[in-house]
Design a binder for this molecule. Structure first.
Ligand code: SF4
Length: 342
């Protein structure tokens, strides 16, 4: 059996077949020296997820290395399950799925379809294009809030949405992310927990460090319930690891700056996102707030601009008032009425 495919995509049924065909006693994965390399790679998978939000892939030539890579996947899942922390699980699921998306770029349509099928995504290849059944398209695309993902802006024929390879891969990324989040935590027997305790301790320490780097109390002044619906949606997207369009990130940071949130407070908020990249986020925040340029920073966009940019999400009855022209007006109106009640 060729181990290349399951080494690249260890969530496929072929990975279990490879483990069986190579007579691996799964108990040996958690102790002894035979699968020490698989354990090291499994630990690295989780550490890479925590530190870089992406699990790496190095092309492997020897079957021995491929088998270790296949085995590293269940080992990593056991580590994440034993720790059973929501942030870690989401971050790990994201990192494995980002890896999948990167690898798919080099695959033939037949392989992409095979993987889609394994993830339960109904799709075909026709007229030299990948197509996805529209209910699956909706399931995996609705969380991506930019206009070009809207069904009305897509090419739909006979219930299938035609997709460029990159977009197809992005949706399979979401499908794998959902699947991993659904599957974890696994139920892990006590003797296995004891065997992996050193690696669990190590990841637990990195996890605490990442979580404590930003003091969540810095966000204490923000009344999330007073935010206009557009900003609430943008914030929820950040915290659910949904990539914001550039205009969305700009609007959110400039808005939070305008209502008095500090750079540290914003970093604390963004740090809750599983794909948080500290240096890049800090650079963007400092640029928008003017901290790096010595100015006052940018003014947040008004409602008309937000609408033009497709980021006026879920406007409510307050948004419908004639005088409502700016998200800041919404926030002030809300906080004023809140104060009056007190
Ligand atoms: S109308 Fe203005 S405040 Fe309301 S959701 Fe749209 S952009 Fe935000």
């Amino acid at each position: 059996m060729d181990l290349l495919l399951p080494a690249k995509y260890p969530f496929l049924a072929e990975a279990s077949e490879a483990i069986t065909q190579n007579s691996v006693d799964i108990g040996d994965l958690f102790g002894g020296s035979i699968y020490e390399e698989a354990r090291a790679r499994g630990l690295a998978r989780v550490e890479e997820a925590l530190l870089h939000s992406e699990v790496s892939y190095s092309p492997l030539v020897k079957d021995y290395d491929r088998l270790n890579d296949i085995l590293s996947y269940p080992y990593a899942r056991v580590l994440v399950s034993v720790i059973n922390d929501r942030f870690l699980t989401k971050r790990y699921a994201l990192a494995e799925s980002v890896r999948l998306n990167r690898l798919l770029g080099d695959e033939t349509p037949a392989t992409v379809l095979h993987i889609a099928g394994a993830l339960g995504v109904n799709s075909t290849f026709q007229d030299n294009k990948l197509k996805m059944h529209f209910p699956d398209y909706l399931t995996f695309s609705t969380r991506i809030k930019s206009q070009d993902w809207k069904l009305v802006n897509s090419e739909l024929f006979n219930g299938y949405v035609f997709l460029a390879n990159e977009k197809f891969g992005r949706l399979l990324q979401n499908a794998l992310q959902d699947r991993i989040e659904e599957e974890l935590p696994l139920s892990v027997p006590d003797d296995v927990k004891a065997s992996v305790s050193e690696d669990v301790k190590r990841i637990g320490a990195s996890l605490s460090e990442i979580k404590n780097r930003f003091n969540p109390q810095m966000t204490g002044e923000l009344q999330e319930g007073d935010l206009p619906p557009c900003m609430r949606t943008l914030l929820a997207n950040v915290q659910n690891a949904v990539n914001l369009p550039h205009a969305g990130r700009f609007a959110l940071v400039s808005f939070l700056h305008a209502i008095g949130m500090t750079t540290e407070g914003m970093m604390a908020l963004f740090s809750r996102s599983p794909d948080f990249n500290e240096s890049m986020t800090l650079y963007q925040v400092k640029h928008i707030t003017g901290e790096s340029t010595g100015g006052d920073g940018y003014t947040p966009p008004e409602c008309g601009t937000m609408r033009t940019n497709g980021i006026c999400y879920n406007p409510d009855s307050l948004c419908a008032r004639e005088w409502m022209t700016h998200p800041l007006k919404y926030y002030r109106a809300k906080t004023r009425s809140g104060n009056k009640k007190e």
